[in-house]
Design a protein around this ligand. Structure first.
Ligand code: XMP
Length: 525
């Protein structure tokens, strides 16, 4: 069901997902236009749910299938019967055309990447953006194309590979584009989507973070009730911190935060969290140093997945113990985000390959008999940051790079020791300090050091050294799904290497990782 059933007065756009890699971007663009929206799989949101959702408009996403194949995805018919505007993007356009009585064919002239659309007619989507006669840069990715329009539709834009690149039926308020307006490679795309939700669907754009915050506080109060108690695991990351502060605004002292220090955190991290929450916000916080327990159990373990399982399991044990000590709780707060909630559309049918099991505390509620409070489950990461600002959290915390749950354990290939963690912490702190000093921190998605189980020979002050290699990694990314290595100037890297080798005993060589994702991953394990 809808994530915000009780926000009925909110104007909502429904995005039906046909499995495109970029469906989430449609949602982001719609929300940037100040309109709430949700993504649901085309085949798992039935007529009753669609009617109950009561959308002001519907967007049909792109997808990998071909409308010309047998038994390929179709939009639920109710979408075209609701009387609200519909925008079909790529596959969404093709299925709309096919379902409304037009024709789609597979064509030799496929278009992938940049293309130019010639605007042939004005239409609501283009208002204030494109004029008749304009040539506009867009991003295409399609093999099939529309070859015959259904009745009532007209062409409003065409390209070399797609004579029906943009189509409109003004009476029914149905629109279709063969290109992808949601990606940044279609420079005017965000304005076209904004036109769809404002000009065509008539949404007012009043979905602001201030409104969301008030609403979220109200919903937390209703869910937790007048006496309910909530516990929240704090990691020092943005999501759990924002969730904690929001819940604290809603229910005050009935929230207790628990920080389990597994000995795998970065330099000064646990102390910063304690200072911020206990001293600054006055939020009850239990700080448990469980480093002996975690490092003891990790002794001799070198397999990355085993490390993750041990850390995940121990985290639950310690959390449970600490929760009992504070008298238990009825609710567990989690900083779950919208991308974790969106159900993905799978055409292959089989399970996808697990590259890494990114641990979360999903096992907790069952074991602890608690209900979940997940106040961020409708938000994207960048929206959580905006909410954090709205709540007055310091920029240093809001802008923090993501840090994995298993912490330094997956940045020390091979067995993890306390000594290795200490070396890595020092080197990592120097690297991050240099990045901050160079004013580059916010331009980077994630930057960190990796301590390699490789020793090399060096010479320092006429003496031979035989110490570890440290790899530096920095990537740019928008969602962690794909990433590029950050192109530091050479002198920056040399400066980091010199400082680290001079100041961190145990490291005598520094290398920089220039691998993108794919084929690499961001973390080394
Ligand atoms: P990869 O290494 O898969 O990382 O490219 C993508 C993002 O996920 C983070 N990551 C994790 N986060 N538990 C977490 O909570 C994990 O086990 C884990 N492994 C990777 C990684 O830091 C990056 O932001």
């Amino acid at each position: 069901m809808s994530e915000i059933e009780d926000m009925n007065q909110t104007q909502k756009i429904l995005i039906l997902d046909f499995g495109s890699q970029v469906t989430q971007l449609i949602a982001r663009r719609v929300r940037e236009a100040g309109v709430y929206c949700e993504i649901h799989p085309f085949n798992n949101f039935d007529e009753a749910q669609i009617r109950a959702f009561d959308p002001k408009g519907v967007v049909l996403s792109g997808g990998p299938a071909s409308v010309t194949g047998s038994d390929t995805p179709r939009a639920p018919e109710v979408v075209f019967a609701l009387g609200v505007p519909v925008l079909g993007i790529c596959y969404g356009q093709q299925t709309m055309v096919a379902q409304m009585g037009g024709q789609v064919e597979t064509h030799d002239h496929q278009e992938f990447g940049r293309a130019d659309v010639e605007v042939t007619e004005p239409c609501g989507l283009f208002e204030g953006v494109w004029q008749r006669g304009d040539s506009a840069r867009v991003w295409m990715s399609h093999g099939d194309r529309v070859t015959k329009l259904p009745e009532g539709f007209r062409i409003v834009g065409r390209s070399d590979g797609a004579p029906f690149a943009a189509i409109a039926n003004d009476e029914k308020r149905m629109y279709g584009v063969q290109f992808h307006p949601e990606v940044v490679h279609t420079p005017d795309g965000a304005r076209l989507l904004s036109n769809f939700v404002h000009v065509v669907c008539g949404c007012s754009g009043d979905w602001t973070m201030a409104a969301f915050k008030q609403d979220a506080i109200q919903r937390i109060r209703e869910q937790v009730g007048p006496d309910g108690r909530v516990i929240c695991g704090l990691s020092g990351g943005v999501d759990s911190s924002v969730a904690a502060v929001l819940i604290h605004e809603a229910i005050g002292e009935r929230l207790t935060c628990i920080l389990v220090d597994h000995g795998l955190m970065r330099q000064g991290e646990a102390e910063q969290v304690v200072t911020l929450f206990r001293d600054h916000y006055n939020i009850p916080l239990v700080h448990r140093d469980a480093s002996d327990l975690f490092l003891g159990r990790l002794d001799g373990v070198d397999d990355p997945e085993k490390k993750r399982k041990i850390i995940g399991g121990l985290f639950i044990d310690v959390f449970e113990e600490e929760a009992k000590k504070v008298g238990g709780a009825d609710f567990l707060a989690q900083g779950t985000l919208y991308p974790d909630v969106i159900e993905s559309v799978s055409f292959a049918g089989g399970p996808s390959v697990t590259i890494k099991s990114h641990h979360n505390v999903g096992g907790l509620p069952d074991r602890m008999n608690m209900k979940l409070v997940e106040p961020l489950r409708e938000l994207f990461k960048d929206e959580v940051r905006v909410l954090g600002r709205e709540l007055g959290l310091p920029q240093a915390l809001i802008g923090r790079h993501p840090f994995p749950g298993p912490g330094l354990a997956i940045r020390i290939p091979g067995p993890v020791t306390r000594e290795a963690c200490d070396i890595l912490r020092k080197a990592d702190a120097i690297y991050l300090e240099e990045i901050r000093n160079a004013g580059l921190y916010d331009a980077i998605w994630q930057a960190f050091a990796v301590l390699l189980p490789v020793r090399t020979v060096g010479v320092m002050g006429d003496a031979r050294t035989y110490d570890h290699v440290l790899a530096l990694r920095a990537v740019t990314s928008t969602d962690g799904m794909t990433a590029d290595s950050y192109p530091f100037p050479h002198d920056f890297l040399s400066r980091c290497a010199t400082r680290i080798i001079n100041q961190v005993r145990g490291v005598n060589r520094v290398v920089y990782d220039v691998t993108s994702k794919p084929p690499g991953t961001i973390e080394w394990e």
